[in-house]
Each structure stands twice: as structure tokens, then as C-alpha cells.
Write a protein that binds this ligand. Structure first.
Ligand code: 13P
Ligand code: SF4
Length: 349
């Protein structure tokens, strides 16, 4: 069907694809998508569902027809996270699962470095990202040339690189890490000194827990650097009994004000296991939305900050990405071989 209908056009938009697939909102669709709606009903008003449901139906049909899987990071919006994705998780879980995918196509709902990681582990597969705007302030803070310079200035010191980096930066590294295994990776290396790139705050948080000397870089997550210890103190005063859990990309001062700090999935599990009456998740906003249905007795206190990069992904550009097979992630094979080694070393540890 797809081949015939796209003969004369290079790129079809979301509404055009829905028309080609003969999918439009109807009362019957409300019944058909009742299960999916129940998972997001606390955060998506019923009046908005007629916009989401046709896209969800179309994406799920195309996914099967094209033998594609959708990987979604924990920061994706609830309709993406709950209604169309096959594999969900933090960066480490997504990287591990990407290595086991059998489908022909991987569509990454997350930022560019995550799609690159999937490609590195599946060089023979098509890896798609719905928006090339989905960057990351950490990944953009450092280049391969920067790493080569740091290594020259600090010879024979192993380089641990956060996965929030380009393939070119990974290729210059000894091993990668994510927020969930950073301390274990640093401690696993024999050297007493470690170059840890590029997240300065994550590096400072790790430095507090290891005996090793950490050489840092000045990268920051633009979402997590916004949180301040003062606002956490203020929230504790205004919301007595609130539990505060923070991502380790926050400053050490913010982490020090928290009851728990961990990767996005570790934060989700902490809420599931502890069932606090009130919780402040010091991270990206979609996290609370995504887990609110499964934790009906937990009151999620804001603030949270939006990641503008994660938020460039939506149902419309996911459908466009699948149908038009755009945009495909490409990595220079020479860089890919070295970058993959750093990822595989991390996964195998
Ligand atoms: P996680 O690995 O904890 O999911 O973090 C990824 C990220 O980009 C957080 O900002
Ligand atoms: Fe990058 Fe921060 Fe967005 Fe995560 S939240 S993708 S680290 S900018």
C-alpha cells in the first residue's frame, strides 16, 4: 500500500498519511483504544483523545507492517510512552535492549545520542529518529577534538564518557557509562585518576562517592542545572512530608537536599517501591506524568523542567518518520567501530 501511494511524493505529512491509511476519528475508535486511553487518562483529558487516537492507531499498524520496534526514553510524553512504544527505560536499559532487537527498523523516541547508540549496536538495521532537533546540551558541550586534547594533557589516564555524547566522542573513550552505572564503571578501572566527560555535575556527584581523582569537563544538562537547593528547601517548607528524589545530573547541592538520587528508571522504581504520599521528582516533567496512573496514591508535586529536545518528538513526526523512513541515523564506519567498543565494554561490565 505504502509503495503505491507514495509514488509521486517524497514525503507525506501526518494528516496525509492518515488519509492514505483511511484512518480518522470515530466514536468506534474510542472503544478500540479504551485500553490505551486508560493508561493516560489521568494526564490527557478525554476531549483531546480524538487528536491522539488516529495517530496511535496508524503508528501501531505501520509498526507491524514494517517490522519496526519503537524504543522510548522515560522522558517521552505519556501517549508515546504508554500507547505506541515497545521498549521503555533509562539510557542503560535502552542501550541494552537495542542490542537484542530482532526487527528490521528501530525508531527511537528519545534524543539523537540515544538513536546513535542504537545504531552503533545495529549497524545493519535502519535506525530512525523522528526529529533531528532532538539534541542534548551535554552531547553538544564536547567534540572528539576536545577529547583528543584532554587526553594529550592527561596521558595514560582512562576516559569514561557519559552516553550523552556523540559517536565521535565515544570513539575517543575507553568506556561509556550512564547515570545508573557511572560509579561502578569508575570504580571498575584500575587507575587512581579518571577523566570523566562531559557532565560536570554527574562527575562531582561521583567524585563524592569514589576514592579516585576525577578530572572533569564543564558540560551541563540544561534541564537539571536549573534546579536550586533553595527551591528544594522552599518546597519542603510548603509541602510538609514531601519526599524529594533527584537525577544525578543535578548539582551536588541539590542532590544533597534529596532523599534519593538515581537514574530515571531508578527514580521510577523508588516511587513504586516506597509509595510516598507526596513526591517531588527533580527532573524532566514527563516522568511524573508517565507513572501517575500506576501510582494512584502518590501525589506528584511540581516543579519539573521540560527538556526542549525530548519534546520535539510527537505522534505526528513519529508517523511521518516511519512512513517516509526519515531521518535515518548514519555513522562513519571507522568511528562506529571504536564507539561501539566503548558501549559494549559498558554493557558487558
Ligand atoms: P537516564 O540514563 O537516567 O535515563 O538519563 C538520561 C538523560 O538524558 C537524563 O537527562
Ligand atoms: Fe540532554 Fe538534559 Fe535533555 Fe537529558 S534532559 S536529553 S541530559 S538536555
Amino acid at each position: 500500500m505504502k509503495e503505491q501511494n507514495t509514488k509521486n511524493k517524497d514525503f507525506l505529512s501526518g494528516p496525509e498519511i492518515l488519509k492514505e491509511m483511511n484512518i480518522s476519528w470515530s466514536g468506534k475508535m474510542l472503544e478500540e483504544t479504551a485500553d490505551q486511553y486508560s493508561k493516560v487518562s489521568r494526564v490527557i483529558p478525554e476531549i483531546e483523545w480524538p487528536f491522539f487516537a488516529p495517530y496511535i492507531k496508524a503508528i501501531n499498524i505501520l509498526k507491524k507492517d514494517m517490522n519496526a520496534v519503537i524504543l522510548a526514553h522515560n522522558y517521552q510524553t505519556p501517549e508515546i510512552f504508554h500507547c505506541i512504544s515497545d521498549i521503555r527505560g533509562d539510557s542503560l536499559q535502552l542501550a541494552k535492549e537495542a542490542g537484542n532487537v530482532n526487527a528490521d527498523i528501530i525508531l527511537q523516541c528519545g534524543v539523537h545520542f540515544m538513536a546513535e547508540t542504537s545504531k552503533l549496536l545495529n549497524m545493519d538495521k535502519t535506525v530512525l529518529i523522528p526529529s533531528m532537533e532532538a539534541g542534548c546540551s551535554l552531547a553538544e558541550s564536547i567534540t572528539g577534538e576536545d577529547v583528543r586534547k584532554i587526553k594529550k594533557e592527561n596521558p595514560n589516564i582512562p576516559v569514561v564518557t557519559y552516553v550523552n555524547t556523540s559517536a565521535e566522542v565515544k570513539a575517543e573513550s575507553d568506556i561509556c557509562c550512564t547515570s545508573s552505572n557511572a560509579l561502578d564503571i569508575v570504580n571498575s578501572l584500575e587507575s587512581k585518576e579518571i577523566i570523566f566527560l562531559p557532565d560536570e555535575y554527574l562527575a562531582m556527584n561521583i567524585a563524592k562517592e569514589t576514592k579516585k581523582k576525577i578530572i572533569m569537563w564543564k558540560g551541563r544538562c540544561e534541564v537539571h542545572e536549573e534546579f536550586t537547593p533553595e527551591e528544594i528547601v522552599e518546597f519542603r517548607e510548603n509541602e510538609p512530608g514531601v519526599k524529594v528524589i533527584a537525577h544525578p545530573e543535578c548539582s551536588p547541592e541539590v542532590v544533597a537536599q534529596s532523599d534519593f538520587s538515581g537514574s530515571t528508571s531508578a527514580m521510577i522504581n523508588w516511587v513504586k517501591d516506597n509509595q510516598p504520599k507526596k513526591v517531588l521528582m527533580v527532573t524532566e516533567c514527563s516522568m511524573s506524568d508517565n507513572i501517575s496512573v500506576e501510582n494512584p496514591n502518590v501525589n506528584f508535586v511540581r516543579p519539573c523542567n521540560l527538556c526542549p529536545h525530548m519534546k520535539t518528538i510527537n505522534l505526528e513526526n513519529i508517523l511521518e518518520s516511519l512512513w517516509n523512513k526519515k531521518t535515518e541515523i548514519k555513522i562513519n564506519p571507522e568511528i562506529a567501530i571504536k564507539a561501539k567498543q566503548a558501549i559494549v565494554k559498558m554493557i558487558e561490565l
